[in-house]
Design a protein around this ligand. Structure first.
Ligand SMILES: C[S@@+](CC[C@H](N)C(=O)[O-])C[C@H]1O[C@@H](n2cnc3c(N)ncnc32)[C@H](O)[C@@H]1O
Length: 366
């Protein structure tokens, strides 16, 4: 993510997605088995980012658990890569007001302990069978590895040539299985895991959502295709080299519901989970709805582009920095890319709404 609070300031869409799954979180937290007396209840947020979007779902779990056992001690582990802005995360957790899950701490009740788990979620983050409640939003579609040159003509996996697409689908399937195997190790029997991640409708759609009707098969496909088109135009103008472009691929894979469900029957998972809920949800772009009310196209374009920039800029910079690209040149090109995107949205505001396709699921560890 783009650092220094930029992601946090431009992650309203990710927050809206969390609102969709709030009832799933609350319901799962009211049913999950509590640990033995005097043992802590462990919550892990996998791929927490800077923290603001962690606070509300964790608060929902903490409150549900405390309603059931007032004196329950709770350990909250915020997991992300070691490079994550954990300082920003702790500021959010300790600094925020009534939203903070620490607000539910009472003198005669249990205590809540906040910890960071700085490691990849492709490995085990906590000891075996120790976690009662796992949670992850907008993170598990990030792949473990994305070999340079995997995509030649698009930044995103859906634009790959057939052999590239096949290869990335295989990588994604392996990665998804690894994520689930690691969670199977960590979750205690009866533990629950809530998952929300960017998804795909495939060719025919899922859960009554027709890709032809919504005009996209992947989450945020229209603005992400626009980013790709803008950069490709700059390649054609020789402002950016093709090598740099090929190094900018964004290492995410948006799975269909079938791809999501595939590993649960595989031997590697050996029936470890009951899938209590698995559904594809669709959400219209909240910025576009606001633009329709206010008519403020500049504000709409600025927020839309900032949201895309927050999670794509590091890869764009990586591509542009190839061969030790001069910093001022890289900075100028990055600004130009997102400025061109903003101009395109201003010129055709109906063409690029950030409509969300989300895979939402609840797993129960047997
Ligand atoms: C879009 S942010 C989501 C943050 C937050 N969960 C939310 O809903 O807004 C994705 C996060 O996943 C993290 N992430 C990506 N790959 C990861 C990995 N292999 N292990 C742990 N975290 C990872 C990124 O560092 C980033 O903070």
């Amino acid at each position: 993510m783009k650092g220094d609070g930029f992601y946090k300031s431009h992650s309203l869409i990710q927050r809206k997605v969390i609102e969709v799954i709030e009832p799933l979180i609350s319901d799962a937290a009211s049913r999950v088995p509590l640990p033995a007396d005097f043992q802590p209840f462990w919550i892990v947020d996998y791929g927490c980012g800077e923290g603001r979007n962690s606070v509300i779902p964790v608060r929902t779990v903490v409150q549900a658990v405390r309603r059931r056992r007032r004196q329950q001690d709770i350990c909250v582990v915020h997991n992300d890569l070691p490079t994550n802005n954990f300082n920003g995360l702790f500021k959010d957790v300790y600094g925020v007001d009534e939203d903070s899950y620490l607000g539910s701490q009472t003198d005669d009740g249990g205590r809540t302990f906040v910890l960071a788990g700085a490691s990849t979620f492709y490995s085990q983050v906590l000891p075996k069978a120790s976690v009662q409640f796992g949670y992850s939003s907008s993170a598990l579609h990030w792949l473990r590895e994305f070999p340079d040159g995997s995509l030649k003509n698009h930044l995103f996996h859906w634009g790959g040539a057939p052999d590239e697409s096949r290869h990335l689908a295989e990588l994604s399937a392996q990665d998804w299985s690894i994520i689930l195997q690691q969670r199977a190790r960590e979750l205690a029997p009866g533990g629950r895991m809530i998952i929300s991640m960017a998804g795909s409708l495939g060719e025919n759609g899922y859960d009554g959502i027709d890709p032809a009707k919504v005009g996209q098969s992947y989450s945020a496909q229209k603005p992400l295709d626009l980013l790709n088109d803008v950069i490709l135009n700059m390649v054609r103008e020789s402002a950016i080299s093709r090598t740099a472009y090929e190094l900018m691929s964004i290492p995410i894979y948006m799975r269909t519901l079938d791809q999501f469900l595939a590993p649960f029957d595989q031997e590697a998972l050996a029936g470890a989970f009951i899938v209590e809920h698995a559904k594809t949800d669709y959400m219209d772009c909240p910025f576009y709805a606001q633009f329709k009310q206010t008519g403020d196209v500049k504000a709409y374009a600025a927020e839309l582009v900032a949201t895309v920039r927050a999670f794509t800029e590091p890869m764009v910079v990586k591509g542009l920095s190839v061969g030790g690209g001069e910093e001022s040149r890289v900075t100028r090109l990055v600004s130009e890319i997102y400025e061109r995107m903003r101009a395109a949205v201003c010129a055709s505001p109906d063409a690029y709404p950030f409509n969300v396709i989300q895979l939402n699921a609840v797993l129960c560890r047997r």
